[in-house]
Design a protein around this ligand. Sequence first.
Ligand code: PMV
Length: 316
Amino acid sequence: MQRGSACGKVILLGEHAVVYGVPAIVLGIDRGATALAVGPPTAAQSELTLGQTDRVTEDGASDVARAFAAILRACAVTRPVHVEVTTELPAGAGLGCSAALGVAIVRALDAWEGRPAATASDAAERAMAWEQVFHGNPSGIDATAAARGGCLLYQRMSGGMHLNEIALALPLTLAIGHSGVSSSTREMVDLVAKLKARNEENVTRSFEAIHSLVQNARLALEAGDHTGLGKLMDLNQVLLSGLMVSTEEIETMCRCAREEGALGAKLTGSGGGGCVVALIDGDPGRVVARWQKEGFRAFSTTVSSSVGTEERSRLP
Ligand code: PMV
């Protein structure tokens, strides 16, 4: 049995603007996805099972089946395989569930083919074949975070990306809560595109403002200034609300987190539902308990990294 795994992610600042070339800050989290290449399939076609019940074959018509066929092609798989996937991440919640599954499958397929482990760039690039079926034209930030983990400054560029690993001065403690509503990244990205087409000047100004928040957030992360970072997250949330991607539940969750002492709180991912991330000084228990009391599922996590390298690589 050949195994591959990958992590989930939260975008700390810069979602949506990142689609238009603004850098964003993304963190790998310890919840993720696992894929097992368990052996040959029962029939001639490769098959994918998700959890106990869902099963697709590579010639199926569903999105998952088409994404599976695309990733088998991207990985140049030479013989039919049965892949089983599991994930601790909710789907459609902005925590990079599909990208984590894609990268985990790529890694399991490489092991199945007896190949050496792919570099993170290569695994992310091939996972994009899977991602594009679900998300249309994703920036690639999710697949990159799923393959690498840590804290990354990610910038989409024409024909590729620019990546910096951010060296965190201090570990980050985060509370992550689910609004209970799932949303489609593709629809939310389309919604922002339509808003931009109608109101080019205002949306461009919002993206410029998000750009400076991201630049300042990078400095705050490198300096360990979490109070400043929390304020930048709050400001990013205001700008995301202006892009019409926040919801009543998200606003309630951000308010509750701040009332319980969070340094900052904002939606993470595409919005329209999904998750809120709150930056915590000390014990995340208060924010998590408050969200749960209000009826939202929540957990906490810690992110640390110590690297400071820079990489340029191409994405499809
Ligand atoms: O897939 P989500 O919900 O984590 O959103 C990804 C972030 C966006 O900037 C909204 C889209 C993208 O492709 O970068």
